[in-house]
Design a binder for this molecule. Structure first.
Ligand code: AMP
Length: 567
């Protein structure tokens, strides 16, 4: 069985395609959303999800989150004194999702369709594939998140020719895509985005506002207090989507504070973030050679599109309200399952030919001969496959040697949108020989072929001799080699994921600890009492008693919080 996986910045989901359509698979806590957070205990055991997220608040040195933003970079996180790459951390999340899928399906799961932001570059896509390998999963196909959303809405089944705009504001990324249905073929016409704009930025604005109300700077607060305040800011942000004014209680030392936020204040605090959304929206439309009025349907993806200000912006720009009949948090995972069904050639779905686009420009380094003295200007980026080209794509160009009598060419391949290669990402290079020709500049035909699995083939053919040399770029430099993956797989294998039933108890303990940190007086005493009672009962290994204790503590926490893991 091939599963669909939405590996999100904030939450991750796993899904599967059934004869009745795509469905979401619940985790051990019964939720289909698993926070993309990892906690490591002192014995090299990891916990993923809600309890890890709670540990972020209580023990920030043992837990981490938001590592999707670092995918493809060499920035690491330290947990319990050991260093982990973003691929390692993502692999832990994928391992947990794989375990949940296996428990639900009753079979071993080894293959997945994994979604990535349309804006992810080659290195980030490879990092995602490597994270899956580290989790024992083979990625059958990566799917751009907006494409997955369109599949969930069944836009591939529409008879009429239609143009769709998919707007995805998640926790950490903003993606805009224009998709077109044409003669039964879905085509991504353009994609644009901002890899550093998401719901968390809106939360941070509220966090700053709350700190101002408290008269505290971020540097005055401990990491745990700051995390606690951030959680309240996030809750306020979600509630303000439905209420005109919200207030939350925060305990600062022994002092209790009521922090407030009105919709108007939130609008002012986040005005520039909303304005930043206009740029990728406009770019996607102009790259697709369209006008706003030519868009037939608008689909919303990502929890943060629940914000009325986001919907209002879209309504204002497109003079029409966006569709949101599918929960924006689950739409990508559902689409990934549809794609998994397509990949497996499941009979329940019509075979749809899908095309996609290259989300970035691929090119190589050249020099320009400038000035009468023939001086060369080096480091110029020569694009060959332009951003938003439908893939698979193959393009060629003729390049000339920079000198007569030159016997070697260094071809350096880059990805990016900047005019100079120093500002783009190097993804591969190779050398090839030229025949000695003292009278002329030798010519070389350079061909790039980019396919839907993200493999770039570079073929250089010397025009005068017909001799050619091929370079296949699968893994960008900085990414992991097969041997490195195998070695890291062995190392990470030693780290155990908490068993699923243990995860339920751990989640409850960490939820109780977080509630204890935020409570005062009698309520605090009561949580402390129930928590120690539960920890005692856990040591008895008496399943019935554990179940009872779990229910008692869970019900109390749900009653005071209204948002417990056992809701
Ligand atoms: P995702 O990465 O798609 O899971 O998006 C999660 C983001 O959506 C987080 O920043 C959440 O705080 C945000 N979010 C979820 N629900 C709401 C809501 N009702 N109003 C505003 N933002 C929300």
């Amino acid at each position: 069985m091939i599963v669909g996986i939405d590996l999100g910045t904030t939450n991750s989901l796993v899904s599967v395609f059934t004869p009745d359509g795509p469905i979401l698979i619940p985790n051990a806590l019964g939720s289909t959303l698993t926070p993309s957070a990892v906690y490591m205990d002192g014995e090299e055991r990891i916990l993923v999800g809600a309890s890890a997220k709670d540990h972020l608040i209580n023990n920030p040195h043992t837990a981490t989150a938001r590592f999707k933003r670092l995918m493809g970079t060499d920035k690491t996180s330290t947990l319990q004194g050991k260093t982990y790459t973003p691929e390692d951390l993502s692999s832990f999340v994928l391992r947990a999702l794989k375990a949940d899928a296996e428990a639900y399906l009753g079979e071993t799961v080894t293959e997945a369709v994994v979604s990535v932001p349309a804006y992810f570059n080659e290195i980030q896509r490879n990092a995602t594939i490597n994270a899956a390998k580290l989790a024992g999963l083979t990625v059958r196909r990566l799917i751009n998140e907006p494409t997955a959303a369109a599949l969930a809405y069944g836009l591939q089944d529409k008879e009429a020719e239609n143009t769709f705009l998919v707007v995805d504001l998640g926790g950490g990324t903003f993606d805009v895509s224009i998709l077109e249905m044409f003669s039964g073929v879905m085509e991504v016409r353009s994609s644009a985005g901002d890899a550093f704009l998401g719901g968390e930025d809106f939360t941070n604005r509220i966090l700053d506002h709350f700190q101002e109300q408290l008269g505290r700077k971020a540097t005055d607060l401990s990491a745990a207090d700051l995390s606690r305040l951030r959680k309240l800011a996030d809750q306020a942000k979600c509630r303000i989507s439905d209420e005109p004014r919200v207030s939350v209680d925060y305990r600062d030392g022994e002092q209790a504070h009521t922090l407030t936020l009105s919709r108007d204040t939130f609008a002012t605090l986040s005005e520039d973030l909303i304005n930043r959304m206009k740029v990728p929206l406009q770019r996607a439309i102009s790259d697709a050679n369209l006008k706003a009025s030519e868009i037939d349907r608008i689909v919303l993806v990502g929890g943060a599109t629940r914000m009325p200000s986001v919907r209002n912006l879209i309504a204002k720009l497109f003079k029409r309200f966006p569709e949101h009949s599918i929960d924006p948090d689950t739409v990508v995972a559902l689409g990934a399952a549809v794609q998994a069904g397509l990949v497996a050639r499941d009979a329940a779905l019509d075979d749809v030919v899908m095309t996609d686009v290259c989300p970035f420009t691929l090119g190589f380094e050249t020099s320009h001969r400038t000035g009468p003295d023939g001086q060369d200007e080096h480091g110029i980026f020569s694009p060959l496959i332009e951003r938003n080209t439908t893939i698979p794509a193959s393009r060629n160009t003729i390049v000339e040697a920079s000198q007569k009598g030159q016997t070697r060419i260094d071809l350096k391949v880059f990805q990016g949108e900047a005019p100079y290669v120093k500002d783009n990402i190097p993804i591969g290079s190779y050398q090839f020989a030229l025949p000695y020709n003292r009278h002329d500049y030798e010519k070389v035909d350079v061909r790039f072929t980019y396919d839907s699995s993200g493999v770039l083939e570079v073929i250089s053919t010397v025009v005068s001799t017909g001799q050619s040399k091929t370079l296949i770029i699968e893994n960008a430099p900085g990414a992991m080699s097969a041997q490195m993956i195998a070695k890291r797989f062995k190392e990470l294998e030693k780290i155990k994921v908490h068993p699923r039933d243990l995860a339920v108890n751990e989640a409850l303990i960490s939820q109780a600890s977080a509630a204890y940190a935020n409570a005062l007086g009698v309520q605090r005493q009561e949580i402390g009492f129930l928590l120690s009672e539960f920890e005692t009962v856990l040591r008895t290994y008496d399943n019935r008693a554990i179940e009872q204790g779990r229910r008692k503590l869970g019900e109390y926490l749900s009653a005071i919080d209204g948002a417990g893991v056992f809701d």
